[in-house]
Design a protein around this ligand. Structure first.
Ligand code: FAD
Length: 365
């Protein structure tokens, strides 16, 4: 490979977003990028509440609404995940989503994308909801999927460096002049010096993971309209290990509490059992109680690139005593703030980040 054509890319963050960006870049052109991932929490840190990715459901089930960019990301991601079904990492998931109103469900933007889409008859809608749709989507288990992504990247020569970074400037030095920094720090974007995005906030999600092999369906009731105390009701069966189902949950904006609240857990199990009576059977076992923080952002996810002039002074680059810190122009691509939908945006968002990088570096596709 022509060494001069190699671009150094430093990806800050090893959640699903940072990992997927690395995957897309290294698939596109194995020799074009020299990729390092720097993160405080790594894909194998599945018990760390300091990042969101281990705690997701994770299924593909979009909100209503018409943010075109998000729809494109979600469409691209659905297609990619559907194609991954034969790997066993992703499974097809029959779904029923109920709503508190019956506004034009025939017009849902994704109705031709998912499989078997249909608006439910009123007799099929349980008490407490006004309307519903059924369709087949996909789900995956982050505890399997994240380590798989890391293995893929290691086999492609991507380097992983565990480190808590305090400022953008610290990683800029590692990328070097002409290099690219990708900011995929999730909630970390709020306090990372040089970004300090005060629009970033957490949405607390408490869940219970159970063993319940006869629950085969994603059910959400009703979706998108959490009651005032942030209670929502959904269940997501996962491909592996077989029989695992994630029960949710809560949707609590601005709440940073990482501890498990047991009355809340009881409520989750009771509400889910009312929808799926199989959860009351003796075969159902509780495997874990969990809390994760969805990394949200007012105004939606930030996916954009900017040239930044930053000081290249850090412990990475031994500054000479008394010398003025060097400065340099560096391309910074941001990809954070995906809130409740990081997995279902991941492949689309990663493709978008790659186009932004190429456009800014004047690389041809
Ligand atoms: P994160 O996973 O938070 O990763 C951030 C990374 O940046 C970590 O590696 C962290 O260590 C690193 N980092 C941050 N700051 C620094 C720093 N200063 N120095 C070094 N490293 C740093 N999404 C779906 O699509 N479908 C679902 O069904 C779904 N269900 C969910 C259920 C729950 C209960 C929760 C909590 C979330 C759910 N989500 C779901 C949302 C999804 O989990 C997130 O949107 C996604 O994980 C965000 O990924 P990320 O890579 O942006 O951030």
């Amino acid at each position: 490979a022509d060494k001069s054509a190699v671009t150094n890319v430093v990806i800050l963050g090893a959640g699903v977003i940072g990992l997927t960006i690395a995957h897309v870049l290294s698939s596109d052109s194995p020799d074009a990028y020299n990729i390092k991932i720097i993160a405080r929490d790594m894909p194998e840190d599945l018990a760390s509440q300091a990042f969101a990715s281990p705690w997701a459901g994770a299924n593909w089930s979009p909100m209503r609404g018409f943010d075109e960019k998000q729809q494109r990301r979600e469409r691209d991601t659905f297609n990619k995940l559907w194609d991954m079904i034969p790997t066993g990492l992703v499974m097809p998931l029959p779904s029923r989503v109920f709503y508190g109103d019956n506004d034009d469900l025939e017009q849902l933007w994704y109705k031709t994308l998912v499989r078997d889409f249909r608006v439910l008859e009123s007799v099929e809608v349980p008490e407490g909801a006004k309307a519903g749709v059924s369709f087949t989507t996909v789900s995956l288990n982050p505890e399997v999927y994240l380590p798989w992504l890391k293995e893929e990247l290691l086999s492609r020569g991507v380097q992983f460096i565990r480190k808590k970074v305090h400022s953008l400037g610290e990683v800029v030095a590692l990328a070097g002049l002409g290099g690219v920094v990708v900011n995929a720090t999730g909630l970390g974007a709020r306090s990372l010096i040089g970004v300090e995005d005060q629009d970033v906030y957490p949405i607390r999600g408490q869940t219970v993971i159970v063993q319940a092999p006869s629950v085969k369906e994603f059910i959400s009731f009703p979706m998108g309209e959490p009651s005032t105390n942030g209670e929502v009701t959904y269940m997501i069966p996962r491909p592996s290990p077989p029989g695992q189902v994630l029960l949710g949950g809560t949707y609590q904006p601005g709440n940073w509490d990482l501890s498990v609240d047991f009355p809340t857990a009881k409520g989750i199990i009771a509400r889910c059992s009312a929808l799926a009576p199989a959860l009351r059977s003796p075969e159902r076992r509780i495997l874990s109680h969990n809390v994760g923080l969805r990394p949200a952002r007012k105004g939606g996810a930030r996916v954009e690139a900017e040239w930044r002039r930053l000081p290249l002074e850090t412990e990475w680059l031994s500054a000479q005593d008394g010398a003025e810190p060097q400065e340099g122009e560096v391309l910074v691509a941001h990809a954070y703030g995906f809130g409740p939908a990081g997995f279902q945006n991941s492949w689309g968002a990663a493709a978008e980040v790659m186009s932004l990088i190429k456009a800014n570096l004047n690389k041809t596709a």
